[in-house]
Design a protein around this ligand. Structure first.
Ligand code: 5GP
Length: 182
């Protein structure tokens, strides 16, 4: 794994300061959009855990949160196209206002699957917040109500996002460049 990290260098795409400002704006917007009742946020592990942690503290309204995990990308940079539920929620969503909190929408396969799974639990409403959106890669149409940043088709790491479980703790969102491109 340490060998892996030596093959890449990171280049900042979005700094932590800019991320935090944008999350504050999203938090204010979300609180306005849900004037009554509790927002039930569903964070998608592991990538969205840092975004969710900052987002819940930026929303000046009652929030509960829980986590789900799906398996999709494995260790590589390209999708297997398969999504499986790896960890389910502990709480019921019936009659609740649900906000799915995801790190990045790429092909849209993961969120299409998750929205379908959660819709069957009869929430009152269901919306999606994604920190990053790569619209150029979309294969399935997904309605993402809250988008932090729209980014180009680059593989990014940091702020919760990994490459083979590395880089999640970087404070900024960075592009991963090979040290010696072929
Ligand atoms: P989708 O199903 O929309 O293609 O992919 C969503 C998932 O793929 C994300 O939750 C994330 O785990 C992974 N993913 C997509 N693009 C990137 C990227 O640029 N960097 C990282 N680290 N993961 C990505």
């Amino acid at each position: 794994m340490e060998q892996d990290q030596q093959q890449y260098k990171t280049r900042v795409l979005i700094s932590n300061e800019v991320i935090r400002k944008r999350i504050d704006e999203l938090g204010q917007q979300i609180a306005k959009d849900y004037p009554s009742g509790t927002i039930h946020m569903v964070g998608i592990l592991k990538g969205a855990c840092i975004f969710l942690s900052d987002l819940v503290r930026a929303v000046p309204a009652p929030v509960k949160f829980d986590f789900m995990a799906v398996s999709s990308y494995g260790r590589g940079k390209t999708s297997s196209g398969e999504v499986k539920l790896a960890k389910d929620l502990d709480m019921s969503l019936e009659g609740m206002d649900v906000l799915i909190v995801e790190d990045i929408v790429d092909t849209g396969v993961t969120l299409t699957y998750l929205a379908h799974v959660l819709q069957q639990r009869r929430p009152r409403s269901i919306q999606i917040a994604a920190l990053l959106d790569k619209p150029s890669r979309r294969m399935r149409p997904v309605q993402v109500k809250y988008v932090g940043f729209t980014i180009p088709d680059e593989f990014v790491v940091g702020y919760g996002l990994d490459y083979a479980e590395d880089y999640r703790n970087l404070p900024d969102i960075c592009i991963l460049d090979p040290v010696n491109p072929a």
